[in-house]
Design a protein around this ligand. Sequence first.
Ligand code: ATP
Ligand code: MG
Ligand code: FE
Length: 355
Amino acid sequence: PILLALETSCDESAVAIVTRQNDTTTVLSSLIISQVAEHSQWGGVVPEIASRRHLEAIPVLIAQAFAQAKCNFHHLSGIAATVTPGLSGSLLVGSITARTLARLHRLPFIGIHHIEGHLSSIQLGDSLPCYPFLVLLVSGGHTELIRVNCTGSYVKLGRSHDDAVGEAFDKVARLLKLPYPGGPSIQRIARSGDGSRFILPKGRISLANGGFHPYDFSFSGLKTSILRVIQELQRKNFTVPKADIAASFEQTVAELLVERTCKCAIDQKLSSIVLVGGVAANRRLRALMEKSATNKGLKTYLAPLEYCTDNAAMIGVAGLDKLEKFPKGSPTHISVVARLDLKSISSLYNKEAEF
Ligand code: ATP
Ligand code: MG
Ligand code: FE
């Protein structure tokens, strides 16, 4: 099968064409127009502008994707689009475009959960993990440890109680006056820094009976302690060693994520760890995860760098999996929703798939 996939949940307009033959998934085209530069002048994503830019970008990207993949609507087996979570107006552009084109060309429409897309990005790597496995999902809005039993069967084992880790990168970058998005800026400047210079807290969640939640996360304390370090240095009229602070932050985050993920895998008797989401692009995190997990006899699978941050290829792969199980596509009652957890979309699909 060949799928056209659209991703418009936030500030990236993305279109991809993917195919699967004999269990081999191939990306024929994956294009992205980012709106980051435009939104950054307003200090955050402006929903009205985002929808308008998606509307302009998507038709152009679809034409380019077909040209690059050397195919057209006649070759398609379905059209997928992200339907949740995200900005409603932005989601609507991708979803309505995909639904309309699907109707027009008598193809199934496949509504995809953005996070299921991130989880599917691992299938674009060189080797595939065997079920069951543990996923560390780290992105702009999510920090979760998820046990995947098989496609569509997810159990959440850990989560952040405040900021998502990507959000923490973005906020710390702002404290250091580094450009948005924070992740790549911090990674760049941290290269020349000393990651052991500042000892920062690895925020934990207390349990009622004393002790700590073994797999949950908290990043607000870490962010505050960096603010204190900066304020203290400024008070003494010292220059702020941005590279050392960035490196110490990155090192602390990588260590706490890797420690809790490995502990969770061992406790749950899962021998494979999968790393996905925008923050999975972080080189320090990738290296530390691979090294520590290997030392503990665990296998690691890292999402390919180009498919960590938002893209449509991962939505296409999730679509291929769905289409195998539901040849008619999504149930018609799946509309766009700003927020919906993974479990709910699986149960929507399982009701009755009918287009
Ligand atoms: P979600 O997927 O949770 O809905 P999102 O789609 O906005 O959120 P992604 O595109 O998956 O998030 O990831 C974006 C986040 O990843 C941003 O917070 C960004 O700072 C972070 N990020 C990107 N590259 C890196 C990197 N090299 N190191 C650390 N963080 C990074
Ligand atoms: Mg984004
Ligand atoms: Fe994302």
